[in-house]
Design a protein around this ligand. Structure first.
Ligand code: UDP
Length: 386
């Protein structure tokens, strides 16, 4: 008899898992999605007024070092080459971000070469910090006070709503510093945008007669809800699964103010606003994600960050000290359960990029199928606690 699985959530985690399970085993899958659309925060759809493909939950640029993941997503839809270039407004001037030679020359009014820029950056870095323990220390030991203040301090306070010294150093490590004129925002080898949007990619992953998606269907964990299913894969927030029994894990959420203009508004897909007195963090102009399309009008999103309250969509796990203590408790509780797995950004409470989410779901589907066929122990989480 075919197995019956329930997947909670239709983002990349849930969709990849569903795809792999029906492809590699005899099963039927129900996916419950609480929103009125699939694809989670990657959801894209065309704007009625302008015809532009809009990243409804903020900019998503597919980028990865992993060839197998690049090939995997490209097998579902065509991805066009797209290089993400970001500009940053600081104290009334527009700079290239990540910090590169152009940024350094403009900021310090110099004509550095890669060699002299390196010497100069070395002279700026705070040598008293031997092992950076947080975002602020990482920045000060790497680029020094002036650049930290101009590009990172204000933006980070707005984005995370706390002192940068409370955030993990790993958040800053997402952004490189370059001693050349390369202004690609990401370091990844493969980068692109799906020509029909991300929702289309997820749709194709889910295209199978044995996969049934139920929209507007919220999951309330209980014995009755999961009755009849051989296994449940939960990709929602970990704390919500346990009804916030130990308290809430910290998340930032973002909101968008949408405006339509004629022509080209800012000449680039993303402009960051690094000064603390400007209330938004960035402006995204969606038409620039698809430079191969032509649109007379343009739609832009001003992005604001705030603490997540009831009914807000959680975006960024804060992972402060107190969150990590809670995370440990929730994980211990989850690990005692059987016939359920927790995976993805929300259920593992990690700041993950799309390629890592996909890689982990692919790996976990293999682990799962091996475990059930060989009657072996199945880990409840795809990752070790960190
Ligand atoms: N950041 C910053 N200034 C910027 C851009 C980023 O201080 O102009 C910091 C900020 O703390 C942010 C982190 O670097 O949360 C990671 O940036 P990234 O662009 O990767 O964030 P995402 O696109 O995931 O929101």
């Amino acid at each position: 008899m075919p197995s019956k699985y329930l997947i909670i959530g239709s983002g990349f985690s849930g969709a990849v898992l569903a795809h792999e399970l029906v492809k590699n085993s005899d099963c039927h899958i129900d996916i419950w999605e609480e929103r009125d659309h699939i694809a989670g925060n990657c959801h894209t759809s065309r704007d009625d007024e302008t015809g532009i493909m809009v990243h409804r939950y903020g900019p998503h640029i597919f980028n990865t070092h992993k060839k197998e993941i690049w090939d995997y997503v490209n097998s579902f839809s065509e991805f066009r080459p797209y290089l993400h270039r970001v500009k940053a407004m600081s104290n009334g001037e527009v700079y290239s971000l990540p910090v590169n030679l152009s940024t350094l020359n403009q900021f310090f009014k110099k004509n550095f070469t890669p060699k002299t820029a390196k010497e100069f950056l070395d002279s700026l870095s705070d040598k008293t910090i031997k092992e950076p323990k947080n975002f602020q220390e990482q920045a000060l030991s790497f680029i020094g006070e002036k650049l930290y203040h101009a590009f990172f301090e204000g933006y980070t306070k707005k984005q995370w709503g706390c002192e940068p010294s409370l955030l993990p150093a790993s958040v800053l490590k997402r952004i490189p510093v370059r001693l050349n004129y390369d202004d690609n925002y990401h370091n990844s080898i493969f980068t692109g945008i799906p020509i029909y949007g991300y929702t289309d990619v997820i749709e194709r992953l889910l295209e199978h007669p044995n996969i049934h998606v139920f929209l507007n269907k919220k999951f309330f964990p209980s014995e009755e809800a999961i009755e009849g299913y051989d296994h449940v894969f939960y990709t929602g927030p970990l704390d919500a699964y346990f009804k916030y029994e130990y308290g809430k894990l910290g998340y930032r959420t973002v909101t968008f103010e949408s405006s339509v203009y004629n022509g080209d508004y800012q000449g680039i897909a993303q402009m960051n606003f690094c000064d603390e007195n400007i209330p938004y963090t960035r402006i995204t102009e969606h038409k620039h994600f698809m430079p191969w399309e032509n649109h007379e009008k343009t739609i832009v999103f001003r992005e604001f960050s705030k603490e997540t309250e009831a009914n807000d969509i959680p975006y960024y796990p804060k992972r402060l000290q107190e969150d990590k203590i809670l995370l440990k408790k929730y994980r211990q509780k989850a690990e005692k359960l059987s016939h359920i797995s927790f995976l993805g950004r929300l259920a593992t409470y990690r700041y993950m990029d799309m390629d890592d989410v996909i890689a982990e779901a692919l790996d976990y589907s293999k682990t799962f199928l091996t475990a059930i066929t060989a009657n072996k122990h199945l880990p409840v989480f795809p990752n070790k606690e960190n």
